[in-house]
Design a binder for this molecule. Structure first.
Ligand code: GAL
Length: 813
């Protein structure tokens, strides 16, 4: 046998995976050419705590826990007040070791064998067979090691990874562990380098697009290209790195057409490597007057998103990210800012597929610390490498349209350092990709504008400065475009309403009212931003803080503001954010509908609060409607309380935020009525041109009587990672939703899947995420079920004391 071999033989016990797009994908029969990538996620051993000598091959790890990656040890808990609530109140720091034993056949010798970590949290040190390969501090960076020279060919090998995330090293929940995918590549010595394909489309017209490819090879070979259109048909072939696609189908937010470039490398006519790279053809224009995608003005309707998926923690689940983005799209979102770190490959692949523009962000700090043990410790040594690697890795994604060099960097106040470093980072980015602009989120005003730092990058990101749009900022930046890189920071708890409406700082319940007006001193209701954007049409748009709730940063609870060091445990168990328009489980809060009313066209109307106020001692209830219709009529038990006209009938909001003069804001974005409470039905009808086009009704619920299971997907894939999110709803005997129910629900999951996690969106509880039961919060909780690797049925039973139980069956294919 020569040195080509079948990958399956090399990776005994490791499942072949068809790697997500944007890297190469090979057909099975091509594998025998000794080329390919396979998942390296299975069959690891894990130990939490120090393990002297565990890098050595001979170390005995048989009593370590066996698991498959991706893995986040911190999400397993338990929550404890001794951990930092700012980071989710979970044990994300300490030392964690991972080891994997794998066979390499003798025939593999002569190929390049490498391991790629999509990300390991935090400060990874990696050994193979006792040989130290290197370290990578930043948990969000992808890194690769060549193992070839250190392998035991024809025998067993051991890879060992030590992680050591430190306490007080993050402003939010970072997760802990090898939380992203790991891959093993086996390549001919002549091959396309890591991130060695760079596709740009320098000229695009309706008739034709020019596609330019830059290829970096390891070794000497001849390169050929083939481009496949979205239907898989060959549309361009050749050895010239400039190719032409006739009548290109453009990548756009409503029609995310994707092309694939296949790069084939030959040595003396023999194929030695083949790489497939997905790309899109589109034009981006960032003008002082606004942003244009494919020549058409598009206002950014964006969300900032942290990387965790609530109850699942930071471990990558493609389906969790897909669902998150789908929910965001329903809200009207067309862009995501990956606050404040490089995202996963999966997130970018999904944004490519779903038509979501991405502001890809590198850092939350440079040299000046925000927390005691932050990334600033590593920035001097690793900053250049980390940002360049991010750009190199992500530059073929059509969804990525802006590079952010940082968020609220504390060098803003230091003209000399701020300017110098911003320029330096801008230059690093441009050296790797000059087809997209740079940006940075500034929160000080007017410091970085006045001292010139904001002019070092292409687009100034303004965090929480709607009052400075227009003349104030244009005085400093007459020609640079400006974006609201972080806006609103309104807080709320799903389904919780406190009356009378007050502008309080904190509430004894450790929840925040969902009338959508409470926030920290720099925050303001969404309406204020809508108004500022309407008055300043040249602002590119906004990124709200945040689309989803995330673990950590429980502002306004915790006792600190967002830039203070130390522990945030004064209001324990408040341990996750209240900022989301959607809660930690993905259940929309009222604010979801306020954004939907501003960002979508399909007629909709939403009404709040709930209608279960008996015995609460309030005679009159403020009722708000959020709509994109022209008028809304409110009915209580069939009696009309009149129509209100959007844009004309205003709602007085209590507002107080930094630099805002006055205590109220007259909002034209919500309609409101004060309604005497009587139980029964609360109904809103939305009208356009006098015609009823949307309605919503809420009914006063009786006592909880049954549990109802509503899976988002009844068929899932037998890949060991696919998920079904099962909404658990508490209803009365007539099937009405019980908005105040907090019943404990007990789950039984049997068959072809297991419980991945449970949750309920309550930001102030220490109930574990990995459990077989959950209390409802405001009437709902969530059961997340994970498929196994074999097909079959998953039988789910949900019971609660005194309530009628429910069952459902999922199919695993
Ligand atoms: C911003 C910061 C975010 C988050 C937010 C909360 O200043 O950039 O990371 O802390 O405040 O309002």
């Amino acid at each position: 046998m020569n040195r080509r071999y079948y990958m399956g033989a090399l990776l005994a016990g490791t499942a072949m995976s068809s790697y997500a797009m944007s890297a190469f994908r090979l057909k099975k029969d091509q594998m025998k050419n000794g080329l390919g990538r396979s998942s390296f996620n299975e069959g690891w051993r894990f130990r939490l705590g120090a393990a002297e000598g565990a890098e050595a091959s001979a170390y005995g790890d048989s009593d370590w826990r066996a698991l498959d990656l991706p893995h986040d040890w911190a999400i397993e808990g338990p929550f404890d007040v001794k951990y930092n609530a700012r980071c989710g109140g979970l044990p994300f720091h300490g030392t964690g070791w991972y080891r994997k034993t794998f066979d390499v056949p003798a025939e593999a010798k002569g190929n390049v064998v490498s391991v790629t970590f999509d990300g390991a949290m935090y400060n990874a040190h990696v050994w193979v067979n006792g040989h130290f390969l290197g370290s990578r501090p930043y948990g969000y960076s992808e890194f690769q090691y060549d193992l070839s020279d250190h392998l035991n060919y024809g025998g067993a090998n051991v890879i060992a990874v030590k992680l050591s995330p430190e306490d007080l090293s993050s402003r939010w929940y970072p997760g802990a562990g090898i939380y992203r995918n790991v891959w093993l590549d086996v390549r001919n010595p002549v091959h396309v380098a890591q991130w060695g394909t760079y596709v740009t489309t320098p000229v695009v017209s309706a008739a034709q697009a020019a596609v330019r490819v830059e290829t970096t090879l390891v070794g000497d070979g001849a390169v050929e290209y083939e481009i496949f259109d979205p239907k898989g048909r060959t549309v361009a072939v050749g050895a010239d790195p400039l190719l032409f696609v006739e009548k290109p189908k453009l990548w756009d937010i409503d029609s995310p057409h994707l092309y694939v470039l296949r790069t084939t490398v030959r040595v003396e006519s023999e194929v030695v490597d083949q790489v497939e790279t997905r790309f899109g053809i589109r034009t981006l224009e960032f003008l002082k007057s606004g942003f244009k995608l494919n020549g058409r003005p598009v206002r950014i309707q964006g969300v900032c998103l942290h990387h965790d998926n609530g109850p699942l923690g930071a471990a990558i689940y493609r389906r969790a990210d897909e669902r998150k983005l789908q929910i965001m799209k329903q809200m009207g979102v067309n862009s995501v800012r990956t606050s404040h770190n490089p995202p996963s490959n999966e997130l970018l692949d999904l944004c490519d597929e779903l038509g979501i523009l991405v502001q890809d962000e590198a850092f939350d700090v440079w040299l000046k610390p925000k927390v005691e043990n932050g990334y600033n410790k590593f920035f001097a040594e690793w900053g250049e490498r980390d940002i360049k690697d991010m750009v190199r890795r992500d530059r073929n994604h059509p969804s990525v349209f802006m590079w952010s060099i940082g968020n609220e960097i504390l060098e803003q106040g230091n003209a000399e350092n701020g300017n110098r470093m911003a320029k330096q980072l801008n230059d690093y980015v441009k050296a790797v990709d000059s087809t997209r602009p740079t940006t940075c989120g500034f929160n000080w005003w007017p410091g970085p504008y006045e001292n010139g730092m904001a002019s070092q990058i292409d687009i100034a990101g303004m965090n929480y400065k709607p009052l400075a749009y227009g003349a104030p900022v244009n005085e400093f930046l007459p020609s640079n475009p400006v974006v609201g890189s972080e806006t609103s920071s309104c807080t709320s708890s799903r389904g919780v309403y406190h009356l009378p409406i007050e502008k309080y700082k904190t509430h004894e319940s450790k929840q925040v009212t969902s009338y959508d007006l409470i926030g920290p001193p720099w925050a303001y209701p969404p309406d204020v931003e809508f108004d500022a954007l309407e008055k300043n049409p040249e602002i590119l748009g906004e990124y709200i803080w945040t689309g989803f709730d995330y673990l950590g940063e429980p502002t306004p609870y915790g006792g600190k503001d967002n830039s203070t060091n130390g522990y945030w445990n004064a209001d324990w168990p408040a341990r996750s954010s209240y900022f989301g328009a959607v809660d930690l489980c993905g259940f929309p809060k009222d604010r979801f509908y306020l954004y939907q009313s501003q960002w979508t066209q399909e007629p909709m109307v939403h009404v709040l609060p709930h209608w279960n106020w008996e015995g609460a001692g309030h005679e009159t209830i403020p009722v708000y409607a959020y709509t994109n219709c022209e008028e809304v009529e409110l009915f209580v038990n069939g009696k009309s309380f009149g129509r209100k006209v959007k844009g004309k009938d205003l709602t007085k909001l209590l507002v107080k935020f930094n630099r805002y003069e006055g205590d109220t804001f007259m909002s034209k974005y919500r309609l409101s009525w004060d309604v005497p409470y009587s139980p029964g039905s609360l109904k809103v009808i939305g009208y356009i041109a006098g015609k009823a086009v949307a309605e919503k009704e809420i009914t006063t619920a009786g006592v909880p009587a049954k549990v109802r299971l509503l899976p988002d997907r009844k068929k899932i894939d037998a890949d060991g990672t696919d998920l079904s999110y099962v909404t658990v709803r508490i209803e009365d005997a007539n099937g009405n939703f019980c908005p105040l129910a907090d019943n404990t629900v007990q789950f039984k999951v049997e068959g072809a899947g297991t419980i991945a996690a449970v949750g309920n969106g309550n930001a102030a509880t220490t109930a574990p995420f990995i459990a077989d039961h959950r209390d409802a919060f405001s009437g709902l909780c969530m059961l997340i079920v994970k498929a196994g690797k074999a097909g079959g049925k998953i039988e789910i039973n949900a019971a609660s004391e005194g309530l009628e139980a429910d069952q459902t069956v999922l199919t695993v294919r």
